[in-house]
Write a protein that binds this ligand. Structure first.
Ligand code: TTP
Ligand code: MG
Length: 360
């Protein structure tokens, strides 16, 4: 592997920046976005907040009630995930163009491998400025960007100077990492931080200097990985995930039929298969399409979309049957039915976490 140049792009106070963009009168105010906030009286949790709200000590994950105590004059807004997802899609489309390899990590962050595109240090800054400008021109949002020789450094660098930051760490990696808290290492949570502290390790420098055997004895494989990261070594690649666009199943009847029970039964079977594949692959979907072909080969499709990604079997069955309903009354016999789901999303850990904030 040659020398690499990796960018990590992370949007600034993403949900709340989108809300402020939609309502310019909120600019400069403490804005808190969270589930069911009821103007601060709700029982939900803070998803994120504006930097003005952060000055009052409000943070992601905090109960809305606590945020309200810290800053009663803040503007409390519910989560409008459909909007953020749409904006996220636009941003990812912009970013993708600038990368040899591109990997979206969550709704508001992505890695870009630009190794082949930039020759010199100055080029990197120019490229990042172009990216920032395009995001601003098109979406009126700011982001923070980290540049490093690997994903780990890039990720830490993007967080180093927020909001609207640009931190390039292509040289002097060890010096950059040395004073930082171990907590900055992705994957080091409260528990690991505490365990490290008990070993007398608080900074990344101390972690790098610690005997690797000790770390392995304490944390197993993670200890080995932590030691490498502390030394700035990360060989993981930017993985272009070619997302499956859609998946579906269809069935051609042995004999054309207009028997409602047979048709319902077919839908149940298809729903079952589709749902199993979704579960296996860890996907949920937002659009379901029913396909129906009559005995004379006349073919129709009907779709329904949902605001949030879904995957439960009953919903697939019911939606499939509802969509089929308008076709089968007093019409020709049916030759084939199919169910396809699209707008797929991977059910990753971070997303699960976010969803848990949204439904309380
Ligand atoms: P982050 O990038 O972690 O946070 P942020 O973009 O709001 O702020 P920063 O400027 O520090 O990057 O997360 C992106 C979005 O994910 C965030 O806007 C809201 C959502 N989110 C939650 O819903 N719950 C959480 O606990 C976190 C951390 C984020
Ligand atoms: Mg962010």
């Amino acid at each position: 592997m040659g020398k690499m140049t990796i960018l990590h792009v992370d949007m600034d106070s993403f949900f709340s920046s989108v809300e402020t963009r939609e309502r310019p009168e909120l600019r400069g105010l403490p804005v808190v976005v969270g589930a069911d906030p009821k103007e601060g009286k709700g029982r939900g949790v803070v998803s994120t907040c504006s930097y003005e709200a952060r000055e009052h000590g409000i943070r992601s994950g905090m109960p809305v009630s606590r945020a309200y105590k810290k800053c009663p004059e803040a503007v409390f807004l519910p989560v409008n995930m459909a909007l953020y997802r749409k904006v996220s899609g636009n941003i990812m489309e912009i970013l993708r163009k600038y990368a040899d390899k591109f990997q979206q990590i969550s709704v508001d962050e992505a890695f870009l491998d630009i190794s082949k595109r930039v020759e010199r240090y100055r080029d990197v800054r120019e490229l990042v400025q172009k990216i920032k400008e395009e995001i601003w021109d098109r979406e009126k949002l700011t982001c923070s960007v980290g540049v490093g020789p690997n994903k780990f450094i890039a990720k830490i660098a993007s967080d180093f100077d927020k909001p609207d930051g640009l931190t390039v760490v292509l040289e002097g990696v060890e010096g950059f990492l040395a004073p930082l808290s171990v907590r900055r290492i992705p994957g080091v949570g409260e528990k690991t931080e505490k365990a490290l502290k008990e070993m007398g390790i608080e900074t990344i420098c101390q972690l790098a200097e610690c005997d690797e055997q000790k770390l392995v004895a304490q944390f197993g494989k993670l200890g080995h990985r932590l030691h490498l990261l502390a030394k700035g070594i990360d060989e993981s690649e930017v993985i272009e995930i070619r997302e499956t666009k859609s998946l579906g199943r269809e069935i051609t009847f042995e004999e054309d039929t207009d028997d409602p029970d047979a048709l319902d039964h077919a839908i149940d079977g298809l729903a079952n298969e589709v749902q199993r594949v979704l579960t296996d692959k860890g996907y949920r979907f937002r659009t379901l399409t029913l396909k129906i072909r009559f005995e004379d080969f006349e073919t129709h499709t009907r779709s329904r979309s949902f605001d949030l990604p879904v995957s439960d079997l009953e919903l697939i069955e019911e939606t499939g049957k509802e969509l089929m309903q308008e076709f089968i009354e007093g019409r020709k016999k049916v030759r084939l039915v199919g169910i396809r789901v699209s707008n797929l999303e991977r059910l990753d850990e971070k997303q699960k976490l976010m969803e848990s904030y949204m439904t309380d």
